[in-house]
Design a protein around this ligand. Sequence first.
Ligand code: ADP
Length: 202
Amino acid sequence: MPEPAREPLLVARDVSRSYDVRGHDVLALRPTSLEVHAGDVLAVTGPSGTGKSTLVSILAGWDRPTSGTVEGTARTVFVPQRLALLDTLTVLDNIAVAAMERADEVPSLAAALGVDHLLDRFPGETSLGERQRVGLARALHARAAVTILDEPTAHQDGDHTRLVLDALAATTQDRALVIATHDAVVVGVATAVVHLEAAVAS
Ligand code: ADP
């Protein structure tokens, strides 16, 4: 029997983004198309300034494209570079926040990411690298169909990059990851790569 056709979780068609900078149109992202299917680990790569953050923000619904469309009904969760942790909640509550009814699962997830000794601290009492892993734990705890990460290893050393990749690898096959990264180690675990080219100056 042939396998049933897999519906994509997310489809972006010719998505571009321009900014008006003091009356000049600045192209931040050239028209880009992609599909995300269950089981995908899609790496978005390219030199700095080619629109990786812009593209993943648009896929996550945190930004809107100037042209093109993003379609899909799958639930997404996004870890932006600035992490967006809640300063007044402990690390435990930050991780649990999307699914408090499963808060008992947080300690083992936190241990997998090397932040289990920080659960009763506030984000401001942790390092940038630790906060990044807390943001990642929060996203994985949410179990969205599509988890979208912007440079998730930017503040990690080699050992902690490995922890991050192992935690991501534990994501089940019915979900997908989209990762903006310039880290070759991360690109190495991707099942597909979208390489962005520099936008043409206008
Ligand atoms: P990358 O993640 O690949 O480094 P970004 O998506 O952050 O790239 O940015 C792509 C381009 O868009 C860059 O040239 C950047 O200067 C520009 N850009 C990003 N945000 C803005 C903004 N708010 N206003 C004007 N230009 C912006």
